[in-house]
Ligand binder design. Structure first.
Ligand SMILES: Nc1nc2c(c(=O)[nH]1)N[C@H]1C(S)=C(S)[C@@H](COP(=O)(O)O)O[C@H]1N2
Ligand SMILES: [Mo]
Length: 371
C-alpha cells in the first residue's frame, strides 16, 4: 500500500508501519477489542502475590498459539558457530539448569493512556507479571556450540507465524551477543515449577531478565548466531521508539522504571472507581526497573508526596514490594506512586508520546471515594 505524503512523494507505508493505521483520538475499535480479549493483563490485586500464577500473569501473543508436539520437537542452534547443535526436550531437561523470579512487562504497557492512541493491543497499566522461570542457561548451550569470533547477535525464532504490517513472518527477535552470553538469560521449560502453559511458550521459551517482554521469544524453534545486525520485522520495524511512521527510531530494550499500586477499597462494578471507608489503610504495590535497582517509591496523596517503605526484591530483575500507611479522610482523593531507580531515572508525571506507544511508564493515578 502506498500513501500520498504532503510533499507529493509516494512511499511504501505498509512495510514501514508496525500498526494497522494512524494513531486515533476516537473510541476503541473492534480490532483493538479483539486483541484485548485474546491477550490479557494482570488484575492489579495480583500485585499482592510475590510470584504470579500463570492464569494471572499477563499474556501477549502476536499471532496464534502454536500447539507443539514435544515428542517430535527439536531446538536447533546454528549459524556462526563451530558445531551446530540439535537438542530434544529430553536432552534439555538433562542439561544444567537455573531458576529465578523475573518480572516481565510488555513494552506496550500503558499504550491506551496516550493521546492520540497508537492502534495496537490496547493495554491500560497491568501488562506485567513475575514468574519463576527454570531452564538451561543460554550461555551454556552457546558455549557448547562454540560461538565464532565475528558473532554479532543471536536470533531467536518462534514457531508462531502470521502477517504484521503486510509482512508474512515467524515471530523472531535478536539479542546482541554480550546480552545473549549473560549468565541469567535462560531457555525456560518450567514456569513456577510446572510445565510451561501453551500460551507462555510450551515447550521452550527464552527469558531475558530486565528487557521488555518482546525479547523473551516463546515457542522457540531455532537459535541462529549471526555476524550482522538482524533486520527482521519485530526488530527493525516493530518495537522502536519512533516519532512517526518514517522515523527509523531507536530500538526498545530494557524496561523503564515503574511502580504500580493495588487499588485500595472495593470497586464499583462498571466504572471500577474505588470506594473505601474512612480510617487507616495500608497502601501497597510493586516496583521494578531493567535499568538499575529500584531505589525509592514515593506515594502521592492529592499531589503531596512521601516516601514508601521498600522491600528487597527476590532477585535482581524481580519486582520489589512497597507499602505506605494512609489515614483516609472522607471525600474524593487521587492516589499515585512514583519509583526511582539506581540509574537516577524516575517515572514521568506526564508521558512523552511515541508512535508505537512503547515504554509508557507514566505514574499510575487511582481515584478513590472515602465514605
Ligand atoms: N514467539 C513469540 N514470542 C513472544 C511473543 C510472540 O507473539 N511470539 N510476544 C512477545 C511479547 S510482545 C511479550 S510482551 C512477551 C509476553 O510473554 P507472556 O505472554 O509469557 O507474558 O512474549 C514475547 N514473546
Ligand atoms: Mo510485548
Amino acid at each position: 500500500m502506498s500513501k500520498q505524503t504532503p510533499g507529493g512523494v509516494r512511499r511504501q507505508t505498509q512495510r514501514l508501519s508496525a500498526h494497522s493505521g494512524e494513531p486515533s483520538h476516537g473510541p476503541l475499535t473492534a480490532e483493538e477489542l479483539q486483541l484485548a480479549v485474546r491477550n490479557h493483563s494482570m488484575p492489579l490485586e495480583a500485585l499482592r502475590i510475590d510470584t504470579t500464577p500463570p492464569g494471572l500473569h499477563y499474556v501477549l501473543n502476536h499471532f496464534d498459539i502454536p500447539f507443539i508436539d514435544a515428542e517430535h520437537w527439536h531446538l536447533r542452534i546454528g549459524g556462526a558457530v563451530q558445531r551446530s547443535v540439535e537438542l530434544s526436550l529430553r536432552a534439555l531437561l538433562r542439561a544444567p539448569s537455573i531458576s529465578a523470579p523475573v518480572t516481565l512487562e510488555c513494552a506496550g504497557n500503558g499504550r491506551s493512556l496516550l493521546r492520540p492512541r497508537p492502534l495496537s493491543q490496547p493495554w491500560m497499566l497491568e501488562a506485567v507479571g513475575t514468574a519463576t522461570w527454570t531452564g538451561v542457561p543460554l550461555a551454556y548451550l552457546l558455549a557448547r556450540a562454540g560461538v565464532d569470533d565475528d558473532a554479532a547477535e543471536v536470533v531467536f525464532t518462534g514457531a508462531d507465524t502470521g502477517v504484521q504490517g503486510g509482512v508474512r513472518q515467524q515471530f523472531a527477535r535478536s539479542l546482541p551477543i554480550a546480552e545473549a552470553l549473560r549468565p541469567d538469560v535462560v531457555l525456560a521449560y518450567r514456569m513456577n515449577g510446572a510445565e510451561l502453559p501453551p500460551q507462555h511458550g510450551y515447550p521452550l521459551r527464552l527469558v531475558v531478565p530486565g528487557w521488555y517482554g518482546m525479547a523473551s521469544v516463546k515457542w522457540l524453534a531455532s537459535i541462529n548466531v549471526v555476524t550482522k545486525p538482524f533486520a527482521g520485522f519485530q526488530q527493525s520495524v516493530a518495537y522502536r521508539y519512533q516519532q512517526d511512521a518514517d522515523d527509523a527510531g531507536t530500538p526498545v530494550t530494557w524496561m523503564k522504571v515503574r511502580s504500580l499500586m493495588v487499588p485500595p477499597g472495593v470497586p464499583d462494578f462498571f466504572t471500577r472507581r474505588r470506594i473505601l471507608p474512612p480510617g487507616p489503610v495500608m497502601l501497597t504495590g510493586r516496583a521494578w526497573s531493567g535499568e538499575g535497582a529500584v531505589q525509592r517509591v514515593d506515594v502521592g496523596i492529592d499531589g503531596k508526596w512521601a516516601p514508601a517503605h521498600l522491600e528487597h526484591p527476590a532477585a535482581p530483575f524481580a519486582w520489589c514490594a512497597w507499602s505506605m500507611p494512609w489515614v483516609a479522610d472522607p471525600g474524593e482523593h487521587v492516589l499515585a506512586c512514583r519509583a526511582t531507580d539506581a540509574s537516577g531515572a524516575v517515572q514521568p508525571l506526564e508521558q512523552a508520546w511515541n508512535y508505537q506507544g512503547m515504554g509508557n511508564n507514566v505514574v499510575q493515578r487511582v481515584k478513590v471515594t472515602v465514605e
